[in-house]
Write a protein that binds this ligand. Structure first.
Ligand code: RP5
Length: 174
């Protein structure tokens, strides 16, 4: 989805090298037709741009910010320090134990500056997008209904996997 002024979610990442690892966050927003913008900015390389982006995000209409970074991952925390919008921290996998450095740098915020940190990998990226949808759904009935339908589909999906596996293994119905 292209950037546009009506974006409700901002996805910011520390480097373009993060994008392939976090794009499932954007895919989740696409799935729920939530408009978003994507930007590359770095807490270390372009701190002034990060400050400007975060301080003006709410007045530009954004409701939630997803901030992804890897390594010494300070982006989500710095964004959170400059805005009252909810910030979802998305740690990016690295070569150091799969991204443990990113996870701890993002999740271990000092009190008073919350960052809602999701997990590493594809599940984490998808959950970042879904969590943003859930936050928006607090004030959007149509989005809430889509989430309810989504949950129902999950149940159906797992039930059919359960039935298929039991049938493959020749298990009797419980
Ligand atoms: C972080 O440094 C970025 O979020 C990225 O995960 C990592 C490496 O960035 P590049 O050197 O690939 O630009 O700030």
């Amino acid at each position: 989805m292209p950037d546009r002024t009506s974006s409700l979610v901002g996805i910011v990442m520390g480097s373009d090298s993060d994008w392939p690892k976090i794009k499932l966050a954007a895919a989740a927003l696409d799935e729920f037709q939530v408009p978003y913008e994507t930007r590359v900015m770095s807490a270390h390389r372009t701190p002034e741009i990060v400050r400007q982006y975060a301080t003006t995000a709410a007045e530009r209409g954004l409701k939630v910010i997803i901030a992804a970074a890897g390594g010494a991952a300070h982006l989500a925390g710095v964004v959170a320090s400059h805005t009252t919008l909810p910030v979802i921290g998305l740690p990016v996998p690295t070569d150091l134990q799969g991204g443990l450095d990113s996870l701890l740098s993002t999740v271990q915020m000092p009190g008073d500056v919350p960052v809602a940190t999701v997990g590493l990998g594809g599940g984490g990226a998808r959950n970042a997008g879904l969590l943003a949808v859930e936050i928006l759904a607090l004030a959007d009935q149509a989005l809430r209904e889509k989430l309810t339908a989504f949950k129902q589909k999950l149940v159906e999906k797992v039930n059919s996997k359960d039935a298929a596996l039991r049938s493959t293994l020749g298990n009797k119905d419980p």
